[in-house]
Design a protein. Structure first.
Lengths: 573, 75
């Protein structure tokens, strides 16, 4: 019986997760509280919020587990810098600042800032924490696990066998060879921000054609996929070993063409932009092929195992996850909603909890692991701001009515989500029918690139009425895509991506109770039980957490109405 | 408006005294040295020494706060 706090920090997506007696009680990303997107800072506010939610004091924690081993990381940094001299020389001062200014002492800082005895604070292998977060929140007793990210301490790709509470490492591919860094380099080449723009590249891929104009051959010069499932990058094209800003070198530009200017409007009639889309499509195809190769090897090593879990930032590639479910040979695939670095906090907490002889958690059924909104505070703030506030008896039916009237509504109900997806607790909801709705949301709120899709949420039992296939282990968390049935294309015009798929969320009372009520009310009133569901945030903002953030969002963005639990908030007449 | 905020702010944790913090840092340095005493890591010892000296200088001068996008791959 133990209380363990897991922490990820010091690069991006800092987070804290609390596991008590083997139960995942609460998990919060620091950005939701600090209001700094992808905040890397030591997540003291998130840790405090976790403790408050569980009614614990820091002194009552049995362990604090950090998601990375600082000495091992320092070792890799030193070796890498030596190997890449003289190119790496200019990075030396910054490397020192990062390592010696924070990373090396992170366990001391955690103990001092949280008020926990230093001997209770420990660190765990980065990829092991990803693997634990993936496997030990999954519905599978036994599974294969594939972890892929930029790089952990040393590894960028690892495979594991999870059985009960055991997690056995199988193989690894080490830095500087990394599919995550390949994707990041092309993301930067396409003019998007690394660690944020990868979703855009995935969306852009649907607008291009993989392998055209010799791009397949060009990518064969960037990365070799071996028949045994391993891969290696051709390093002269990359710069992630020696340049902290860009990730690719002049040879990559000589191979693929000049990089795209950041922020330039996308015009697919322009051959240059079509070329960039083709590169994105080819990258996506190469990534999927590499993942399939790795899965094939896992199948050979674990012949009796039918389930696969994925972890690490690359596992947030929902298009690749769908292909793995179709073609990898595994019957079931699971990706928990915070598969990136934030998820390391959860994995670290679970691993330390198991080491303290607690059982592994129950399978994750909902991503609502944050805290609830304070409605009294929301009421007070809205009144102060001169907004119209009305308490309603049936917020779900009201939401359904507004959606059916083609209104765009902001919904704040229940505990906020864990991970980068809004799953109905902090969402903007709208009708999925008209493509114009998508343009309106983009104009009013999101200001996204025109090629990026919005996602639908559908009642789980009605999934196959609108999509090819049924709900699976990933669909409650929006970590995969499904094709839209051709006869439903007109009904789902606002959420249909260029390739005919959608990153669908299937909804049931366990996964998202409030959204389930809304979709049920839509169905009861004779409408399709589907809604466009996008995150409750503006461009560059973290998703809303509490009452203040919600009202700040409402003041900044002209949604038609906002529901905060049973409060309906509208602008003055 | 900012801050997300339906949770009371973290209570201020009393910072341990200088000697206690120094003791914790020295233990960390000891663990670091022990890590690099492994025979396979002997070759890194000179660089580690330079690092530690640089670290002291950075500590004294306030260090650098900027983190670039590919920083995790480098350091």
């Amino acid at each position: 019986m133990a209380a363990v706090l897991g922490v990820s920090a010091n690069y991006h997506d800092a987070a804290a997760a609390l596991v008590v007696d083997g139960d995942v009680r609460v998990a919060i990303q620091q950005e939701r509280l600090s209001r700094i997107k992808n905040d890397p800072a030591l997540p003291l506010e998130a840790a405090h919020a976790c403790l408050v939610h569980a009614g614990l004091r820091a002194e009552q924690l049995d362990a604090v587990a950090f998601y990375e081993r600082p000495f091992h990381k320092l070792e890799r940094v030193m070796v890498s810098m030596l190997r890449n001299l003289p190119r790496s020389w200019r990075q030396f001062p910054r490397a020192m600042a990062s390592q010696l200014g924070g990373n090396l002492w992170v366990l001391d800082h955690l103990a001092e800032r949280l008020g926990v005895e230093r001997k209770k604070v420990r660190c765990l292998e980065h990829h092991r924490t990803h693997a634990a977060a993936a496997a030990f929140t999954s519905p599978y007793e036994e599974c294969a696990v594939l972890v892929l990210d930029g790089v952990g301490e040393q590894s960028s790709t690892t495979t594991w066998h999870a059985n009960g509470t055991e997690l056995r490492g199988l193989e690894s591919i080490d830095f500087p060879h990394s599919l995550g860094l390949l994707y990041a380099a092309i993301t930067a080449w396409l003019g998007f921000a690394v660690n944020e723009g990868e979703y855009k590249v995935m969306g852009l891929a649907a607008w291009g054609t993989a392998g055209t104009d010799g791009l397949r051959e060009s990518f064969e010069r960037l990365v070799t996929l071996r028949s045994d499932g391993a891969y290696h990058l051709h390093l002269p094209y990359f710069a992630h070993m020696s340049d902290a800003n860009l990730g690719f070198g002049p040879r990559l530009e000589a191979l693929l063409g000049p990089r795209r200017a950041t922020g330039k409007k996308w015009e697919f009639d322009d051959p240059a932009d079509q070329h960039y889309a083709d590169v994105a499509a080819t990258l996506q195809r190469v990534l999927e092929d590499a993942l399939l190769g790795l899965c094939q090897r896992l199948r050979q090593q674990l012949p009796g195992v039918g389930a696969l879990c994925l972890g690490g930032g690359v596992a947030l590639n929902s298009v690749a996850n769908a292909r793995l479910l179709r073609e990898s040979g595994f019957d079931r695939v699971f990706v928990q909603p915070a598969a990136g670095d934030a998820g390391g906090a959860l994995g670290a907490a679970i691993l330390a909890s198991i080491e303290l002889r607690d059982c592994r958690p129950e399978p994750m059924q909902s991503a609502a692991l944050g805290y609830e909104v304070d409605t009294a505070r929301a009421h007070g703030l809205a009144t102060e701001l001169g907004l119209r506030v009305e308490r309603v008896s049936d917020p779900a039916t009201l939401a359904a009515t507004l959606i059916a009237q083609d209104k765009i509504i902001a919904v704040v109900r229940g505990r906020f989500e864990w991970g980068p997806r809004a799953l109905g607790q902090r969402s903007v909801l709208a009708s999925p029918r008209a493509r114009a709705t998508r343009d309106r949301i983009n104009h009013l709120i999101k200001q996204r690139e025109s090629f990026r899709p919005f996602a639908p949420a559908v009642l789980e039992r009605n999934t196959s009425d609108f999509f090819e296939g049924e709900a699976n282990d990933m669909t409650p968390f929006m970590t995969t895509v499904l094709p839209i049935r051709s006869e439903c294309a007109g009904q789902l015009g606002a959420v249909r991506h260029e390739d005919g798929t959608a990153r669908v969320q299937t909804v049931c009372p366990q996964s998202a109770p409030a959204l389930n009520e809304v979709l049920t009310a839509l169905k009861a009133s004779g409408h399709d039980p589907v809604a466009l569901n996008t995150s409750l945030n503006g461009p560059g903002e973290p998703i809303v957490a509490g009452a203040e953030d919600a009202l700040a969002f409402f003041m900044r963005h002209k949604v038609d109405s906002m529901l905060i639990e049973d409060l309906r908030i509208d602008r003055p007449e | 408006m900012s801050g997300g905020n339906d949770v009371t702010p973290p209570r201020t944790v009393a910072r341990p005294g200088f000697l206690r913090r120094l003791s914790a840092r020295l233990k960390t340095v000891g663990s670091l040295v022990a890590h690099f005493l492994h025979p396979a890591r002997f070759v890194l010892a000179p660089l580690l020494l330079v690092l530690l000296c640089a670290g002291v200088l950075l500590w004294l001068t306030g260090g650098l706060a900027y983190i670039a996008p590919f920083a995790y791959s480098l350091f």
